[in-house]
Design a binder for this molecule. Structure first.
Ligand code: FES
Length: 88
């Protein structure tokens, strides 16, 4: 079944205090959005976020973001046309 933009989950706001945060970039962490080292050996890395002041950060829940784990707005984009469809 084709995925529509309307059914794609949007970002989840995450309140963070000022400071340095290691965020999970592999989806394996047992601590939600925060890295617990589970990415080691997976070829992926954690995402370091530095905040000068407390902020609410939009976290990606759709898996399409090019800045994962942060939302870049890709959840609202139309999914690509399947390769097997005829053009025209
Ligand atoms: S939730 Fe926004 S890009 Fe994934």
């Amino acid at each position: 079944m084709a995925e529509s933009a309307a059914s794609t989950p949007g970002p989840e706001p995450l309140d963070l205090p000022a400071g340095v945060h290691q965020l999970c970039g592999c989806g394996r962490s047992q601590h939600g959005w925060f890295c617990d080292g589970a990415h080691l050996g997976s070829g992926r890395v954690s995402y370091e976020l530095r905040l000068n002041q407390a902020a609410t950060v939009p976290m990606c829940r759709c898996g399409r973001s090019r800045r994962y784990p942060l939302c870049d707005g890709s959840h609202g984009a139309e999914p690509g046309r399947p390769w097997w469809r005829r053009w025209g």
